[in-house]
Design a protein around this ligand. Structure first.
Ligand SMILES: CC(C)(COP(=O)(O)OP(=O)(O)OC[C@H]1O[C@@H](n2cnc3c(N)ncnc32)[C@H](O)[C@@H]1OP(=O)(O)O)[C@@H](O)C(=O)NCCC(=O)NCCS
Length: 168
């Protein structure tokens, strides 16, 4: 466990465990209700076990105050990146009372250090407006060439994505 002092706040960053699936799901969908939460929580162990999902939680006084995840995606090697795996940063969240004190930055630095250790050279993520300055300051750039398509299927869950131009 990494212990750090952030703006007079003692914070520990620890690896997430299987039993943290509920907390991670709430970080992904803060304040939301609906069947998509159970779907996500049930899915997490399947990627945890194979080491496909790596997660970190920030704790203060024994309470989880934030988290971040790194999903290892078998993308394919490319001209500039022979490593087939790419990292997708997901579930970056800090409890409102603890924001603006560097907690998310520390979580991201932990995730980036692990990505480097694994030899990954390309990471991507989807951002909220709140997260954009943080990711930009860490060197993330917007991609000009990505497109996505949503195909309606029978097993699609009801409910709209909160932002209309966001990948649901
Ligand atoms: C986005 C979020 C994770 C940031 O967490 P945080 O712990 O407050 O962030 P940090 O204190 O580590 O700040 C990191 C950087 O983000 C930016 N930032 C943080 N809060 C900001 C604010 N209110 N306004 C503008 N920039 C801000 C700054 O660039 C800051 O760097 P600096 O401290 O060197 O100036 C947090 O606001 C959050 O959980 N929001 C809701 C969920 C969300 O949007 N997650 C991102 C999903 S992609």
């Amino acid at each position: 466990m990494e212990r750090i002092e952030i703006e007079n706040l003692a914070v520990q960053i620890r690896a997430a465990r299987l039993e943290d699936a509920g907390i991670i799901t709430r970080h992904r969908y803060p304040g939301e209700m609906g069947e998509h939460l159970a779907v996500y929580e049930d899915w997490l162990p399947t990627v945890f076990i194979g080491g496909v999902y790596l997660g970190w939680l920030a704790q203060s006084d024994g309470r989880v105050i934030g988290g971040a995840g790194l999903l290892l995606i078998n993308w394919q090697p490319s001209r500039t990146d022979p490593h087939p795996l790419r990292g997708r940063v997901v579930n970056v969240f800090v409890e409102p009372d603890f924001r603006g004190r560097g907690v998310a930055r520390s979580l991201m630095q932990t995730a980036l250090a692990e990505a480097r250790r694994l030899g990954l050279s390309t990471l991507n993520l989807g951002t909220s407006e709140q997260g954009r300055p943080l990711y930009a300051s860490l060197g993330f750039q917007a991609a000009a060439t990505e497109m996505w398509l949503k195909i309606k299927t029978e097993h699609g869950l009801s409910g709209d994505s909160p932002a209309s131009n966001r990948i649901p």
